[in-house]
Design a binder for this molecule. Structure first.
Ligand code: 9Z3
Length: 321
């Protein structure tokens, strides 16, 4: 047991999770995209200058209850934090692998309405569709910035839905990113399921409701952050997030996660105040980061990413690369 009262995750448990997971669709295609992206970014950085690449994870993972899934358990996350942070990392000169839950917030889209296709465009003229003037600035910015980042080879977007897809993709991204050494960073903002139904014990077909209350047993998802740190990408700079709803236990849990998983920093946040402030927990200090409250549109991710970029620079310097 560790000091969180949890049983320490063994590599055997992790292997058995992956062995029993349904195969990742288009695994080879994803590997090629990731490797090409990393290769392109490491060779374009110039002699003696290490490319900075960050993997931002974003959104919540689902736990299917049936193999032909009709019902699932979800983890809360709008993906707003991951999408906004991606914009600030790109602005700071990083290349970003944005590993996001399908259907959640996207970079450069936060100022658009939920259904931009219907609200931003005007089709009253029969010959052409036009952007509604009140959204022209936002739409232009989203298209321009997104296109520049994706076509410029600095933003790779990969989507997941289930916990199985997320962890398989994270593993393959991590092992590839380790080749970049200390100049690679993980920013693990996705809300990851703690419990799941193992694939082999899962109903194949839709669970029938005729037989009374549903009784399902959930297994614990092996703690993959420590595998990422120890096995998959030990050379990289790693930041995890700790989310709680009870502010009284938040810091203690974040400190334990820092120690247990041996990550470099833990960003602690409480659900109801997560857009206002976060606390960055390091080994010897805890830094409160707040959004600039004098500006309505200011986001906490701007000062947060600035602080993390600074800490990452110190890590790179210290590692001698
Ligand atoms: C976070 O704590 C993120 O900051 C939020 C962002 C999910 C709260 P939104 O997407 O919210 O902007 O709506 N992410 C990590 C949550 C998590 O599952 N952490 C695990 C834990 O707390 C560790 S991996 O135990």
């Amino acid at each position: 047991m560790d000091d969180d009262g949890q049983i320490e995750t063994s590599l055997a448990e992790i292997q058995s999770f992956f062995d029993s997971a349904p195969p990742l669709k288009d695994r080879e295609g994803i590997i090629t995209k990731v490797q090409d992206f990393i290769h392109k970014n490491s060779s374009s950085s110039g002699i003696g200058k290490a490319a900075r690449v960050v993997c931002v994870t974003s959104g919540g993972t689902t736990v299917p209850l049936e193999q032909r899934c009709v019902r699932y358990i979800d983890n809360f996350s709008s993906g707003r934090r991951g999408a906004a942070s991606t914009e600030y990392f790109l602005e700071a000169g990083y290349s970003v692998i944005f590993l996001y839950r399908s259907g959640t917030c996207q970079p450069y889209c936060s100022t658009l309405p939920d259904d931009p296709f219907l609200n931003c465009f005007d089709a009253s003229d029969d010959t052409a569709i036009q952007v509604h003037p009140s959204f022209a600035k936002e739409v232009k910015r989203a298209i321009k910035e997104n296109r520049a980042a994706v076509l410029g080879g600095r933003l790779l977007k990969l989507s997941f839905t289930t916990i199985f897809e997320y962890l398989q993709m994270l593993q393959l991204i991590a092992t590839s990113m380790n080749t970049l050494g200390p100049s690679a960073m993980f920013y693990l903002a996705a809300a990851v399921s703690d419990f799941y139904v193992p694939w082999e014990t899962m109903n194949v077909h839709k669970i029938q409701s005729g037989s009374g209350p549903l009784d399902i047993s959930l297994a614990q998802v092996p703690k993959m952050i420590s595998a990422l740190r120890r096995e998959w990408a030990p050379l990289t700079f790693c930041i995890s997030f700790k989310l709680e709803t009870d502010s009284k236990i938040l810091l203690e849990k974040a400190r334990r996660a820092l120690k247990k998983n041996k990550v470099h920093l833990v960003v602690a946040n409480e659900l109801s105040t997560r857009k206002e402030e976060v606390i960055v927990v390091a080994e010897n200090e805890e830094i409160v980061v707040r959004r600039n409250q004098s500006k309505a549109e200011a986001e906490v991710e701007r000062p947060l990413v600035a602080l993390l970029v600074d800490r990452h620079s110190a890590y790179i310097k210290h590692s001698g690369s």
